[in-house]
Design a protein around this ligand. Structure first.
Ligand code: GLA
Ligand code: ZN
Length: 657
């Protein structure tokens, strides 16, 4: 059965509450309880003084009620004694100042002093709990974000990273094109850490340098997570280890971060307020498919939405009836095998006292808990679901480099890499097509994915261009969009060739000129004569073997191709030189799916998503109404109605669950 767990912070509550809490979780049929993260000051109240008695009691109590624990290492929050006695463990802001203490997550991930203390506490925990039957898994730290710290330790590491990668200063100056504005480095010590998100005017900095810095921060974080995983494995080589990811201010390369871990996990907080505007892309399904792609297998949710969010932002609207269940089943549809709800009872103290858990402060049974109970009953009836996986014929390539590149330098107002990824993904969900969100470092194989979508692939290595070309040549279908091939692997513009540069031959077209239209809305006409809105960017194309599939409708380039498709080798490559609205994406993808021979569902109402899990000879097709309206449609001759946020599941043997 798909497993339900609970995030619990025993250290926040009076002991008199513990047993009632744990008993109630067990009565709900929970499989596990996540404890320990953030509790360093209780585990090591003073330097070298360890107290695990309280955690032993909590683990013992949870086990007595038949549940397992997921243990969090507490390193997100070092105790104040550590920070004050060793200020070099505190993260630095962009001005080089140590950050203000008293919140969380302000440890420097590279500080040797911090690492030494982190190692000690992780070893103490592992020594005590690793390999015990009560321990289901370990969670490293909490929501580790790409380490954008400017402290001397990070600075030194960044300089070493640059040295290792570029070899000499001459080479680095060439690779980054630092001659502009006399930015040539004459000493490694001149290379500084740089917090792009904290600098208001990142547009004045060298994009190649910013890209390299983002790569460095990402690698640092992956290494920090791997360091903790290795420690735990010393005590239990068979331990199941994860870390709970989120998409924060600084996004690292999660594919690399999860490589040494056993299972990907994610903190799943879908929107509580669903926009009415049909052109908005708000579905959370993209994030879930991306998480599955980190390890190419089913995943866990370490924090699943259990109540209205708030505190560090004004409290959101209450959860709509059906929302807790609908969002949980949406996660299951995309491959979640365990969902740990955040959190048992809402904190009564601390910054998150208005960030609601399953129970309110009154600690009385409520609508959300009731819904969780119903969800449990429903999951219990769906036998075999835990043995299924999500198989997709479409891959959406996600590239951390492009994410950094466009975040640092959007080039046109509204040029948002993530939004483009989501637009494609959202459209495929509305067509009932499974999608793998894969790293650009992964092999591409037409036998696995018949269609590969590669939005805005600007920073281009030879290796990736060759890989994609080989994929198309051997029968794959690819879709490329505007800015593809615009930069080399260092993040500098390519010179002396028409775009899409390294992809031009395969795309069968040339970009003659571009118009950064930003927030202006223009139109194009597709090959069926339908008109769609476009924005942000327009490449004016000249065909070189390809066939136009859309033409601009306005301005001096009316009648010029906006998108085209080229037969290449055994496959095809489409190039889309603009960013269309949802209707454009739908028209484009319908024709791509037909070309690639991939089945889809044509008649789902807007906002209804569908995807499948399959295994053991049975397929489960999920339908999720991600809107606040009722919807009705026909599927295999049957009339299906969905309430707002409702999920229905149809199985290949004709059952509806
Ligand atoms: C994050 C954190 C949790 C908590 C929740 C609140 O996901 O991991 O500790 O702060 O957000 O929504
Ligand atoms: Zn640092």
């Amino acid at each position: 059965m798909i497993k339900i767990a609970i995030d619990y912070y025993p250290e926040h509550w009076d002991r008199s509450l513990w047993e009632d809490d744990v008993r109630a979780m067990a009565e709900l049929g929970c499989y596990a309880v996540r404890v320990g993260e953030f509790a360093w000051s209780r585990m090591e109240p003073a330097e070298g003084v360890y107290d695990f008695g309280w955690l032993d009691d909590a683990v013992e109590l949870i086990a007595r009620y038949g549940m397992k624990v997921i243990l969090g290492t507490p390193t997100n929050c070092a105790p104040l004694w550590l920070y004050t006695e060793h200020p070099d463990t505190v993260q630095c802001e962009r001005d080089g100042q140590r950050t203000h203490l008293g919140i969380r997550g302000h440890r420097c991930q590279t500080s040797p002093t911090f690492r030494a203390y982190a190692e000690k506490i992780v070893r103490k925990m592992a020594e005590r709990y690793a390999g015990r039957p009560e321990v289901l898994a370990w969670q490293i730290d909490n929501e580790v974000e790409s380490n954008h710290c400017t402290c001397p330790s990070c600075q030194e590491r960044f300089q070493k990273y640059c040295k290792d990668k570029h070899g000499t200063l001459e080479q680095l100056n060439r690779d980054w094109g630092t001659v502009v504005w006399s930015g040539e480095y004459s000493d490694w010590s001149q290379i500084e850490c740089f917090n792009t998100a904290w600098v208001n005017k990142s547009d004045w900095f060298n994009p190649a340098y910013m890209l390299e810095y983002e790569r460095f921060c990402s690698e640092t974080t992956a290494e920090y997570v791997a360091f903790q995983a290795a420690l735990i494995r010393e005590y239990d080589p068979a331990a199941t280890i994860t870390t709970n990811a989120c998409f924060g201010l600084h996004v690292q390369d999660f594919y690399k971060e999860f490589a040494p871990l056993d299972v990907a996990s994610y903190d799943n907080y879908p929107p509580l307020e669903i926009p009415e505007d049909a052109n908005e892309v708000y579905s959370n399904a993209f994030a879930l498919d991306m998480v599955r792609g980190w390890k190419n297998k089913n995943f866990w949710i370490m924090e699943q939405l259990g109540g209205p969010m708030g505190c560090w932002m004004p409290t959101t609207r209450a959860m709509e009836p059906g929302m807790l269940e609908g969002y949980a089943l949406q996660a299951v549809a995309h491959g979640a095998d365990l969902l740990s709800f955040f959190r048992w009872r809402t904190a009564a103290t601390g910054a998150e006292m208005y960030c609601f858990g399953l129970l309110d402060h009154d600690n009385k049974p409520n609508r959300r808990l009731k819904e969780l109970e119903l969800l449990q009953h429903r999951l219990a009836k769906i036998e075999g679901l835990e043995d299924t996986t999500v198989e997709a014929q479409v891959a959406l390539v996600f590239s951390p480099d492009q994410s950094y590149n466009f975040a640092n330098q959007a080039q046109s107002r509204g040029f948002d890499y993530w939004r483009q990824e989501r637009l494609f993904h959202d459209t495929l969900m509305g067509l009932g097509v499974n999608v793998d969100v894969v790293s650009d470092a992964e092999p591409l194989d037409p036998a696995r994915h018949k269609l590969v979508i590669v939005p805005a692939y600007a920073v281009t290595s030879d290796a990736f261009a060759e890989k994609l070309e080989a994929y198309v040549r051997s029968g794959g279908h690819a879709v490329l969009t505007a800015r593809s091939g615009a930069k080399d692997a260092n993040g500098n513009c390519t010179v002396g060739e028409y775009l899409p540069g390294k992809f031009a031959r395969m795309a069968g077209c040339r970009v003659l000129e571009s118009d950064a239209i930003g927030e202006a809305v223009q139109t194009l006409r597709d090959s069926n004569g339908n008109v769609h809105n476009i924005g942000v960017w327009c490449d004016l194309l000249e065909l070189d073997g390809a066939r136009a599939i859309a033409e601009y409708d306005q301005r001096y380039y009316a009648g010029m191709p906006a998108a085209c498709r080229n037969a290449y080798g055994e496959g095809s490559c489409s190039y889309v030189g603009t960013i269309g609205d949802k209707s454009f994406h739908r028209a484009l993808l319908v024709s791509e799916l037909r070309l690639a021979g991939i089945d889809f569902i044509e008649n789902l109402p807007a906002g209804v998503e569908s995807s499948t899990r399959a295994g053991g000879g049975r397929e489960y097709r999920f339908f999720f109404n991600n809107t606040m309206k009722n919807h009705t449609f026909f599927y295999q001759g049957k009339r299906v109605t969905l309430q707002p946020l409702e999920v229905k599941i149809s199985t290949s043997d004709g059952a509806w669950l």
